[in-house]
Design a protein around this ligand. Structure first.
Ligand code: PNW
Length: 501
């Protein structure tokens, strides 16, 4: 609250000058989690091993607190409590992901694990019984280990396995699930998993692994969209999208033409990389040119960036009903004189340096600074480059150390949601939904449980994993029910018995 007033005073605007925009009718609100981060039950009832199980069992010391997702929030057993939290929060939908190896223990569709199907049937039915729509991510990073043993995502046959998996999901859940996202964040899956080695399966192959992985994942996405279209859409009448993450890359000096170009190149090389094929059928021209030029200069006989055939381009084009956008933060960018990293690498191909403005407020995660206007500029960029597609914000959120009076998270939500309101009302951006990350504290990948993103506190020292509402959950509920940002609203704190819900 204090911080908001300070910002407002500094720019000599008063609250009265700020238009009180409303979220349009039909705009939906949700909260998100992902299977490995919340479920636990890592080897229960026939679930197979995935690459995060394997990676973190083998290398406990790679995670900040030596933890893993073996038990996590224990949502495998506590899903009914999770649905109650969602109900009290007042959301329209719950974005969760399905664990591929819980449904198909080997990754392949010849062996379906009925206990896994039952678990998701129960969760979906419990949500619908409480008036909450399921928004399902098919793949949020937890690849079945046997498919990694065959080479993982850089192998094209993984697209076949993914489409087989998607068919199992449409068949079993498509009568009730109307919103599907194929995958979550290709950058993190591919650059993290197969170029930089920072995420499972921890493979280091910069400048090559990430491009090969991305190519397969994009084909898997496109073919899954076409499968739904041809075999399921008429009967099930749902929508298929994808969740792609992007920061906003602001020109370091907004008046400098070179920095403006660096911003455009960085956006194309880190977001257009995935969205251009889905909207227009191919990688952005600037990306094709840059990777080819670097590859040849490095001595490769051809570009390290794989090519789509003409048929594949035709297949890929227009494979989305909505674009899911995961957005947390921004940076300021300029062209690097000497290249932006070692060759070969995606950094070097991009050729752009990103820096953080020291005046931007921080979080518990060093990569996450609070830059609310960044989401506004990003939404305008998307509108202008892709003909104003329907956008669902599929993740947005803030990390701290787990305090219940999480004013910083509450203010982050207010400021980002207000910038989204401005994008809708002043720029006519076609934003149709917003998803807060996260419903509750959960396993934050290599940070373990040391960084908390939840609107509910989870006590990971207690075997029951009790959940407790944080202040931000009341603020988010207030935004959902009043359909605008009330800058003055904070619940009485600590909550009394009467105002608890
Ligand atoms: C997302 N970045 O990952 C994931 O989808 C979630 O599983 C995760 O818990 C959440 O964000 C918070 O980290 C990202 O560096 C990780 O810009 C890092 C970045 C973006 C997204």
């Amino acid at each position: 609250m204090k911080a908001i007033l300070l910002v407002i005073c500094a720019s000599t605007i008063t609250l009265a000058d700020i238009p009180d925009y409303k979220f349009p009718d039909g705009f939906l609100f949700g909260a998100a989690t992902a299977s490995y981060q919340v479920e636990g039950g890592w080897n229960e009832d026939g679930k197979g091993e995935n690459i995060w199980d394997r990676g973190l069992h083998d290398h406990a010391d790679w995670v900040a607190d030596n933890s893993n997702g073996d038990i996590a929030c224990d949502s495998y057993h506590k899903y009914k409590e999770d649905v109650q939290l969602l109900k009290d929060l007042g959301v329209n939908y719950y974005r969760f992901s399905i664990s591929w190896s819980r449904v198909l223990p080997t990754g392949k569709a010849d062996q379906v694990n009925q206990a896994g199907i039952d678990y998701y049937n129960n969760l979906i039915d419990e949500l619908l019984a409480n008036g909450i729509e399921p928004y399902v991510t098919m793949f949020h990073w937890d690849l079945p280990q046997p498919l990694q043993d065959e080479g993982g995502w850089p192998e094209r046959k993984l697209a076949d396995y993914f489409v087989d998996y998607a068919r199992v999901l449409f068949k079993n859940f498509g009568d009730r699930v109307k919103y599907w996202m194929t995958v979550n964040e290709i950058t993190q899956i591919c650059e993290g998993g197969y170029s930089g080695g920072t995420f499972a399966p921890f493979i280091t192959n910069p400048g090559v692994g990430g491009y090969e992985c991305t190519h397969t994942v994009l084909l898997a996405h496109g073919r899954t969209y076409r499968l739904y279209e041809s075999d399921y859409k008429a009967e099930q009448n749902g929508q298929v999208g994808i969740a792609i993450d992007s920061s906003w890359h602001e020109p370091n000096n907004p008046d400098n033409e070179s920095d403006q170009q660096a911003s455009e190149v960085d956006m194309q090389m880190n977001y257009g990389w995935f969205v251009n094929p889905i909207v227009y059928g191919n990688y952005p021209d600037v990306m094709i040119e840059r990777v080819k030029a670097n590859s040849l200069a490095e001595g490769f006989p051809q570009s390290r960036l794989p090519e789509f055939t003409a048929d594949e381009q035709e297949m890929m084009k227009g494979t989305f009903d909505f674009l899911g956008l995961n957005h947390y933060t921004s940076d300021k960018v300029y062209f690097a004189d000497e290249g932006a990293g070692d060759h070969p690498s995606h950094w070097a191909d991009t050729g752009v340096i990103g820096v953080i403005d020291p005046s931007w407020p921080g979080s518990a995660s060093d990569w996450l600074k609070e830059v609310p206007w960044g989401i506004n500029r990003l939404l305008v960029w998307i509108k202008n480059h892709y003909d104003n597609p329907p956008v669902v914000i599929t993740e947005n959120g803030f990390s701290d150390y787990g305090q219940l009076d999480d004013y910083d998270r509450a203010d982050y939500y207010k400021r980002y949601l207000y910038e989204i309101l401005k994008a809708i009302n002043e720029e006519e951006c076609n934003v149709i939904g917003y998803t807060a990350w996260s419903l509750m504290d959960n396993f934050e990948w290599m940070a373990g449980y040391t960084q908390r993103f939840g609107m509910h506190y989870v006590d990971f020292d207690d075997p029951d994993r009790p959940r407790t509402r944080k202040l931000s959950s009341y603020v988010y509920n207030n935004i959902i029910t009043t359909r605008h940002v009330d800058w003055d609203y904070y619940p009485d704190w600590p909550p009394t018995q009467e105002n608890k819900n």
